[in-house]
Every structure is written in C-alpha cells, then in structure tokens.
Write a protein that binds this ligand. Structure first.
Ligand code: PA5
Length: 445
C-alpha cells in the first residue's frame, strides 16, 4: 500500500521496547473504534475524516475560480484569520512555495496575514505595504465573531471601500459558517462571495476546506493534488493494524512516551520552509490534547539553526522531551558544492556533493547525539515537498492527533481553555454584559 509518510522507529528502541508497543495495541484499537464508530467525545466534529472524498465539489470549483480572479486582479491578498482560520493556509504556502514566498512570487499575489494578533505596529506595516497596490481580502472566521479578525476586517473593509467604492464587495471573500454569525450576516448584506466552514469540521482541522484552500490556490498550489494526497492517506491509514498504519504507530509511541514522563514533543525539521507547518502542528495538538491537566506540550525547532540555541538543552538539559524529526528525503531544490582550487577555507572535504548530503549528515549526527544524551527520537520520513505529500501529511497528523487524544481520554475537538482569556479581555475592555467580571478583575490587576 502507498504510504507517503513512513515512521522510522529505529532510534526509539532503547527507550520503548516492542512489548511496550504491544501493550498499547488494544488502546489504539479502542481509539480507532471511537473515531470510526463516531462514538467518542466530540463526534459531531468528524467531518475532516472523510473530507478528502466527501467535499462540496461545486464549492471546490468556486474556490478555484475565486483564486484565479484574485491572481488576475490583485497584487496583494490579505488573509484575515486566527488559529485554525489561518495557520493551515500559511503553513501550506510556505511549505509548498517558500518561506520567502512574498519575495519570490511572480505570477501570484503577495500574501499578508492580518487579524492574527492585536498589534497596531504589525497592522500599520501591512497597511503601508498595501499602498498603491491592488488588493483582495479573504476574511476567515468559523464563528464569525472572533475579536482579532473582526477588528482587522473592520479596518480592511474601510480601506477597500475607500479604494474601490461599490466594487470593493467584488474583492472581498468571506469564509465562515453557512448560516450564522456576524460575518455571514454582513457578507449577505454586502454581497461578498461566501465560502463555508462545514459545521462538522473544527477550525484546526479545516485546512482542506475553503478556510485553507482559497489562499493556497491563490498562491498557485494545485488543489487537486492536495486532495488526492489526503485521499491516499485516508485509504492508507484506515486500519488499526500497527504493522501497516504508521500514523497509529506514531500515536502509540507518543502515548507511551507521555506515560514515561516525557512532557514535551519537539517537532524538528531541517528545512526552514517547515517552520509554519510546525506552528500548524502545535495548534492542532496543543488545542486538541492540552486539557484536563493532560497532554504533551507541542514545541518545534528548525535545525541546524536551533542546534545553536536549543541544542544544548535537548542534549543535556532536563530530560522532559522527545523529538519527532520530520525527515524530508528530497529537498525542493538542491545545491552542488564545487571544489575550491586553493581550498582557502579547508572545506574541500565537503565539496563535490549536494548540500542536502551535508544536511543529512547533520540530521544523522544529531539524532545519534540526542538519543545518546537520553532524548528519544522518532523519525517521520517525508519523500518530497509537493502538494500530494502535503495533503497526505495533513491527514496523517490530523488522524494521529485524534487517536492520541482519544488514547489520552480527552475530547480532541473542543477548546474550552481558549475562552478564558477572551472573557477576561472583553471584561477589561468594558464589553456590555461583563460589568461584574470587570470589577472583580480590576481588583486583581
Ligand atoms: O481550532 C479552533 O477551533 C480555533 O483555533 C479557531 O480556529 C480560532 O479560535 C479562530 O476561530 P474562528 O474561526 O471562529 O474565528
């Protein structure tokens, strides 16, 4: 069977024995039963499970047309959203195109992300980047009421109206609930084209819906290949047999390591273009597992960069973590290192080979050093950087996350903890209805 991501568990053997893996098999099967039997907690939010096959084909065609229009009539696309409403798109664009996408984009618009913080400096920078440029806006919010994107949209709506007058509506694309929320109401009133976040797909599981797909297509990526890759994963990862399902095996190891008091999973890659993928992974696992005082803390690093910052701790600091190394087997582009005639820097021993070969030795040397130092290493091998592999990887991580959370005994699909800061912020800002909370909080400040 085709398997895009392969789990290499060779380096974990001194930390987890085959019998330990054997002992969690029944728990993996139970989690699989909850997920596929749709009987676990949060089972109203399992739309992502069949999404690679079961998506709205008419809307998919509209997504592509909207992206084509944006490509033709815009120098800049502003993507407004926070959390699951922007991380997936940004992760895809940087992974598939480049972490320097905006500098390298030729036939596609530059993409700037707004509404994912409340920093006035950040906002002013984006506004100044928009001066004299043709712009489109994709505002994304499942609830349609989240403060950060709502505030940013208020500002960009005004900008669009002052720039384009009545034609502004033709450049604003809304991705939100099919019927409810402030954004949906506004979109209907103003005549913005709308796209749907399905009821049964939560924010952090929504990258393969219009939430992620409009910006991803606007950046020139092939949506059909992404969905095909996710579809392959759906088929390949449908069994609870640990011998053949590396996604479940990964979840099983995570669970065992967690029980061995590893509190942190560090997702490591050797490609800077993976940085935002890791941010997406952090939200996916952090919001899904981190509840009821349980869960692994998801962290990330890009090596060899962070070997010169975090490396010391990973090698030698408190033994709280394990690493999951994403090993991209073939980089997007390689670089051949030539021999220097006078070997002025003494580096000719590195020459006459591709730079990826040196990066690989860094990966191998680091895995051996870190495991020697007592940090367990799992390796997820990704064959290449392309849309197909991206789609597969998204589904792989989403399913590993759901199985992990069910093994942990938590609901993967809610996020009650995210509400606490919002309540305090509203109260401190004097939102009507929060008067009592405001008085209580101000006493504590
Ligand atoms: O995963 C989630 O549900 C959250 O991270 C949301 O994506 C995030 O809070 C943004 O919510 P909304 O899309 O409703 O604006």
């Amino acid at each position: 069977m085709y398997m895009a991501i392969k789990l290499n568990d060779r380096y974990i053997s001194s930390f987890v024995s085959p019998s330990e893996l054997e002992s969690v098999k029944s728990q993996v099967s139970a989690a699989h039963g909850l997920l596929h039997g749709r009987s676990g907690q949060g089972s109203d939010f399992l739309g992502w499970l069949d999404l690679p096959e079961n998506y709205d084909k008419n809307e998919f065609a509209r997504i592509k047309s909207a992206a084509e229009k944006i490509k033709k009539d815009s120098d800049i696309l502003i993507v407004i959203g926070i959390g699951g409403s922007y991380l997936g798109a940004r992760a895809a664009i940087e992974f598939l195109r480049s972490s320097n996408y905006n500098e390298l984009a030729k036939d596609t618009p530059r993409i700037y992300y707004a509404g994912n913080n409340i920093s006035p400096s950040y906002l002013n920078e984006i506004l100044s980047l928009c001066e004299g440029k043709d712009i489109s806006v994709n505002v994304i919010s499942k609830s349609g009421t989240t403060t950060e994107p709502a505030l940013a949209f208020r500002i960009f709506k005004e900008l669009m109206e002052s720039k384009y007058g009545a034609d502004a509506a033709k450049r604003i694309y809304c991705t939100t609930d099919k019927s409810k929320g402030t954004l949906k109401k506004l979109a209907d009133q103003q005549g913005y084209e709308t796209f749907v976040v399905p009821d049964d797909v939560g924010g952090r599981f929504s990258v393969l819906t219009a939430v992620g797909l409009i910006p991803i297509a606007a950046a020139g990526c092939d949506l059909d290949a992404i969905m095909a890759g996710a579809g392959e994963a759906r088929n390949a990862l449908a069994t609870d047999n640990l011998e053949t399902n590396d996604c479940y095996k990964y979840a099983a190891y995570r669970s065992i390591l967690n029980r061995k008091n590893k509190a942190v999973e560090m997702l490591v890659s050797y490609e800077p273009r993976f940085t935002m993928m890791a941010e997406w992974y952090k939200q996916l696992f952090g919001e899904s597992e981190g509840k009821d005082q349980k869960g692994l803390f998801p962290a990330s690093a890009v090596f060899s960069t962070d070997l010169h910052s975090l490396g010391q701790f990973i090698q030698d600091g408190s033994r709280v973590m394990f690493e999951t190394v994403v090993d991209i087997k073939n980089p997007d582009k390689d670089y051949f290192i030539k021999k220097s005639p006078d070997n002025f820097d003494g580096l000719n021993f590195l020459s006459e080979q591709n730079m990826s070969a040196i990066n690989r030795k860094a990966l191998e040397g680091t895995i051996l050093a870190h495991t020697d130092g007592g940090t367990p290493n799992l390796v997820l091998e990704l064959p290449a950087v392309n849309e197909h592999e991206f789609g597969y990887m998204v589904y792989f991580f989403e399913k590993a996350c759901a199985i992990s959370a069910y093994m942990l005994g938590v609901n993967p699909f809610d996020q009650p903890g995210v509400e606490s800061y919002k309540k305090n912020m509203f109260a401190l800002l004097g939102k009507p209805g929060f008067e009592a909370e405001k008085a209580a909080l101000e006493k504590k400040l």
